[in-house]
Design a protein around this ligand. Structure first.
Ligand code: AMP
Ligand code: MG
Length: 502
């Protein structure tokens, strides 16, 4: 129910109306428990756009009452806090039971664009914590917060992040760090691994219960399908394929695509050792812990499909036949390729589709690979290309783009083909540039930018986090005075390593 009351006065937690639809599932699906308070919590940052999705404003979230509630020190009215159980494949290996080891679901709010669940990540131990301490550190919470909102602004399906609050309580990782809580929002946090859990435990009733809950709540249109469970698998597979096409098109690498980190709604979920491609290498591995490169930029496409297979395997008892499951899974590559093709055409400013466009696009990625060109800057600068510069001036005109390449003749050769292709559809420079600038971001969450904001925050200054959020909320718009956020990484960034430690 939407019962958010605007009284004109400051919004307080009492104005929120929370229910918990997930809690209507039988107790086997979760453990009810309270968040564990943190000492002297403080406000770090909040997202205005995320706040609006639940009828709030970011300024209210800085109030003491909200800071306490978002840290888990007090309860938002109506909350029915719980930790959900799930299992999963980690790095391709069955890991058995996992579950919300440090995340606590408070419930859901009916917002202007639909239902949003609120989840506190880092709010203390649960029965699923295993060896973990139930906490998240400020560093990883800021990364998740910024990237969730950056991805949303890029138009890529993702869970959202409402806020980060912190506490000086010490938390042991490779170093001693401090605790934080990121409040995440999504219509649901059910994962592929939530289904695998019941399948591997040989609990068909629970499996069916969960599938029915997901269909009835989030895929109601599939109820009428001949085989709703096969239809669910096909639709999740489609959404996953489209989401990953979105990742490839902006150079996003998730880093730890275990089946417990795959959303049943096709949302980018669980931001840990993610990265945005800088110097292009198709085999780039962003997660320092991923030595085999299972989740590299190139591999994450096939892994997305593999993960859908794991989901299909879990749903098989409901689907009935291997053939029906296989048919549902077969949509993956065609949907992925069609979506990526559409996105790459837009990135190159192409309005029409030609048979040999694939070769042109592959050609660009080959020269990018050869020179390890910065992914974001290249696509953005490509919009500056002029189709009809006099031949003797081409190199001069193309300078800002050519400068990104070590092998400039390779780019020149490719540019000849690109210009010919643009002429073929009578492309107009100014129009194409405007269209390209709407899809090729100038600002992405480069690791070094996150790192700078984090180090500032670790010294008690949160202005860097907030400024970076503001920039990333408008990734396609040139923002005067914010040029440094579009810059190539400095030399020290080459030594930055992100791992699963969070
Ligand atoms: P991840 O690889 O971060 O998606 O986490 C895998 C599993 O480990 C999930 O079940 C998490 O809830 C759990 N986990 C990760 N970090 C912690 C922690 N610090 N305390 C408790 N559980 C954790
Ligand atoms: Mg996870």
């Amino acid at each position: 129910m939407a019962l958010i009351l605007f009284t004109g006065a400051a919004i307080t937690p009492a104005d929120l109306h929370i229910e918990n639809g997930f809690a209507a599932l039988p107790p086997a699906f979760y453990t009810r428990l309270m968040p564990t308070p943190l000492p002297a919590p403080y406000f770090v940052a909040a997202s205005e756009r995320a706040a609006r999705l639940i009828g709030l404003d970011a300024a209210s979230l800085a109030q003491d009452d909200f800071v306490a509630a978002l840290t888990g020190n007090s309860l938002l009215p109506g909350s029915e806090p719980l930790a959900a159980v799930y299992s999963g494949h980690q790095f391709g290996v069955w890991a058995g039971q996992l579950g919300d080891g440090r995340a606590i679901l408070l419930g859901d709010i009916d917002g202007p664009e639909g239902r949003m669940e609120l989840q506190l990540k880092g709010a203390g131990k649960t029965p699923y914590s295993r060896m973990g301490d139930g906490r998240a550190v400020l560093r990883s919470s800021i990364r998740e917060f910024l990237c969730s909102e950056a991805m949303a602004a890029l138009g890529i399906p993702t869970t959202r992040a409402l806020s980060v609050t912190g506490s000086n309580q010490r938390v042991m990782r490779e170093n001693i760090e401090t605790a934080a809580v990121v409040t995440r929002m999504a219509p649901s946090f059910v994962r592929f691994g939530s289904f695998e859990h019941w399948h591997y435990r040989d609990k068909p009733d629970e499996l069916k219960r969960l599938a029915d809950y997901v269909i009835d709540t989030f895929y109601a249109e599939l109820r009428g399908a001949e085989n709703p469970y096969a239809a669910l698998l096909a639709e999740v597979t489609r959404r996953t394929a489209r989401m990953i096409a979105g990742w490839q098109a902006v150079g996003f690498m998730h880093g730890v695509m275990n089946t417990d980190n795959m959303s049943i709604l096709g949302l980018t979920l669980d931001y840990g050792p993610f990265g945005f491609m800088e110097a292009f290498d198709v085999n780039h591995i962003c997660n320092h812990t991923d030595q085999g490169g299972r989740y590299s930029y190139a591999n994450q496409v096939a892994i997305g499909h593999w993960n859908c297979y794991a989901l299909g395997n879990a749903l098989l008892p409901l689907i009935g036949t291997v053939e029906a499951a296989q048919q549902a899974l077969d949509v993956y590559m065609p949907v992925f390729e069609a979506k990526l093709d559409e996105l790459l055409h837009a990135k190159l400013g192409l309005r029409t589709f030609e048979a040999d466009d694939r070769a042109l696009i592959d050609g660009l990625f080959t020269v990018m690979q050869g020179s390890h060109v910065d992914f974001t800057l290249l696509f953005r600068r490509l919009g500056e290309l002029q189709v009809d510069a006099p031949t003797d001036q081409l190199e001069l005109r193309d300078e800002p783009i050519r400068d990104l390449f070590i092998d400039r003749p390779a780019f020149d050769e490719w540019a000849v083909r690109y210009r010919a292709r643009l002429r073929k559809e009578a492309s107009v420079d100014a129009e194409r540039r405007a269209a390209m600038n709407r899809v090729n971001p100038i600002y992405v969450l480069r690791n070094y930018l996150a790192q700078q904001a984090i180090e500032q925050a670790q010294n008690g200054d949160y202005t860097g986090v907030r400024e970076l959020l503001a920039v990333l909320e408008h990734p396609f718009d040139e923002q005067p005075g914010k040029e440094r956020y579009a810059a190539l990484p400095p030399d020290w960034a080459a030594h930055l390593e992100v791992s699963c430690s969070s």
